[in-house]
Write a protein that binds this ligand. Structure first.
Ligand code: ADP
Ligand code: ADP
Length: 231
């Protein structure tokens, strides 16, 4: 994923709020990259621009050399499928079972039922939830719900997995398990992963490289060892 000079300016009355001042990053395929920042740094804005939920004021986001920003409405739907999204609170449908939640993105794309069932079974195996296919979210632990969320994010075979505070609602042991799962998925699927977090220990455990976001700018970036010694 390549992000070039992403700017987002919000108009607030007569004031301009610069949420992102020109963020650039490049994460090679198959790497896990952390973006760390305190509250107000611009993390949510960056997530919304990367998932194409929000239009950046300027700048571009590309995956595998294909630009996802500045595309037509039709292309936007496809572009969104290139990036799978994992939320802090898995954001599952409570009235849907594990398998129905995971298959949901494929229902939206009109995938045949048989294909959905096969894909869902494969994904549940991959995240270790095969036994919970028929369970509802209320019957699952927080960690299990997050696994469902991760499986759902992978349903459309995205090139990038974008994880927004994926472990902030989890206890330390479950956090470890989820981060180990993310690493395993990266190894198996050769997927690029972005983890947005305010927790440095998450970055230390899971990421190959990291960017520090402050006041809408990346103030430092590099491999974990160099950034953490400087931090
Ligand atoms: P974080 O997720 O790191 O806490 P945000 O991206 O939410 O940071 O916010 C970055 C800055 O942009 C903050 O100063 C915030 O107040 C401002 N901001 C975010 N969204 C809006 C908005 N919709 N309108 C005006 N200002 C906003
Ligand atoms: P986070 O938990 O990511 O830090 P925030 O509290 O920063 O969330 O923001 C929650 C929502 O409020 C976001 O959608 C953000 O865009 C919006 N928001 C943040 N700051 C402002 C602001 N100053 N004016 C309007 N909306 C804002």
């Amino acid at each position: 994923i390549t992000v070039r000079d992403l700017r987002k300016v919000y108009r607030q009355g007569s004031n301009d709020v610069v949420a992102l001042g020109g963020v650039s990053l490049e994460v090679p395929t198959g790497k896990i990259h952390g973006i760390v920042g305190h509250s107000g740094a611009g993390k949510s804005t960056l997530v919304r621009c990367l998932t194409l939920l929000d239009q950046p004021t300027s700048g571009t986001v590309s995956v595998n050399g294909k630009e996802l920003t500045n595309v037509s409405a039709d292309e936007l739907r496809d572009a969104r499928r290139r990036i799978g999204m994992v939320f802090q609170h898995a954001n599952l449908f409570d009235s849907r079972t594990t398998e129905q939640n995971v298959g949901y993105p494929l229902e939206l794309t009109g995938t045949p039922k048989k294909e959905i069932a096969a894909k869902v079974a494969e994904l549940l195996e991959l995240v270790g939830l095969a036994k919970f296919a028929k369970a509802y979210p209320s019957q699952l632990s927080g960690g299990q719900r997050q696994r469902v969320g991760i499986a759902r994010a992978l349903a459309t075979d995205p090139d990038v997995l974008l994880c927004d505070e994926p472990t902030s609602a989890l206890d330390p042991k479950t956090t470890d398990e989820i981060l180990e799962l993310v690493k395993k998925l990266r190894d198996r699927l050769n997927i690029t992963v972005l983890i947005i977090t305010h927790e440095m220990h998450v970055v230390k455990q899971a990421c190959d490289s990291v960017s520090l976001l402050e006041g809408g700018f990346i103030v430092e970036h590099g491999d974990i060892a160099s950034v953490i010694t400087n931090a």
